[in-house]
Design a protein around this ligand. Structure first.
Ligand code: NDP
Ligand code: 8X3
Length: 250
């Protein structure tokens, strides 16, 4: 039975992935900052698989290290790491950007992903086995107006994904990225700082992806035979052709 650690398991893509993994008999370490949601998800999935929860902010290097060090023995050997925690803060032209928003995106999406990976990789190296899934974005392949720093953070994830794959190749560790387009989650609510009306308009007039669509693909990726590494995938709603081109109903 494999063990997976999922960051950002309290919402959206991470939570859906936890549910899919549980149905596929994968033991779970669920991470996030919202304790009530972690506890609720643990309650929901415990009848299907063993579930451990870790409460920490990926920006806090010490908290990350302490959380990973605290993992009980039976969950210690992590086979699958899903680096999913992340978000956008603001959608402003560079000249109007809020530096706190910039810090948040770089600290969470880039540095947080690195801190968590750094804490988990040594055990994978020791066992010469492991699978790391980095959640990038179409924003890591294209830049769109006002997306500046969020796009930069996801381009960094793209680079880190490639670099990790090269550096960990000698240990037989699989590394791959999943790059979604528009997925209806709390992503836009966070980006627009709780303005749900504005957030809702992002997913109106076409059929966006649902978090389950991405979870389904991640589950496919981690259930391939060992010699198959799905290195880089982009998944878009049919209505979306590029970061800026979405066919909407009039
Ligand atoms: P959600 O806002 O629904 O989920 C984000 C998750 O990240 C939450 O579980 C949140 O948990 C966690 N998180 C955020 N900040 C921190 C932090 N500082 N420390 C620990 N955990 C944190 O968004 P999505 O599910 O859409 O996003 C998941 C990933 O998918 C992100 O990396 C995002 O960039 C990417 N993505 C999303 C797309 C979309 O259209 N939705 C498209 C392409 C990529 P908590 O608040 O409890 O800490
Ligand atoms: C999330 C998708 O297009 O809002 O990464 O950047 S987008």
């Amino acid at each position: 039975m494999k063990t997976a650690l999922i960051t950002g398991a309290t919402s959206g893509i991470g939570r859906a992935t936890a549910r899919y993994f549980a149905k596929n008999n994968i033991r779970l370490i669920l991470c996030g900052r919202r304790d009530d949601r972690l506890t609720a998800l643990q309650g929901e999935l415990s009848s299907l698989t063993a579930v451990h929860t870790l409460l920490f902010d990926v920006r806090d290097k010490k908290a990350v290290d302490n959380a990973i060090a605290s993992i009980p023995k039976e969950f210690k050997n992590i086979d699958i790491l899903v680096n999913n925690a992340g978000n956008a803060h603001g959608l402003d032209p560079i000249q109007n950007g809020d530096t706190d928003d910039w810090d948040a995106m770089i600290d969470i999406n880039v540095k947080g992903l690195l801190y968590v990976s750094k804490a988990i990789i040594p055990n994978m190296i020791e066992r010469k086995s492991g699978h790391i899934i980095n959640i990038g974005s179409i924003a890591g392949k294209e830049v769109y107006p006002n997306g500046n720093v969020y796009c930069a953070s996801k381009h960094a994830v793209d680079a880190i994904n490639q670099g990790m794959r090269m550096d960990l190749n000698q240990y037989g560790i699989r590394v791959g990225a999943i790059n979604p387009g528009l997925v209806a989650t709390e992503f836009s609510e966070v980006r627009f700082k709780g303005d749900t009306e504005r957030a809702d308009t992002v997913y109106k007039g076409y059929e966006p992806l649902q978090p389950e669509d991405i979870a389904d693909v991640i589950t496919f990726v981690v259930t391939r035979p060992y010699h198959v590494n799905i290195a880089d995938l982009m998944i878009l709603p049919t209505a979306q052709a590029s970061a800026t081109m979405v066919k909407k109903d009039n």
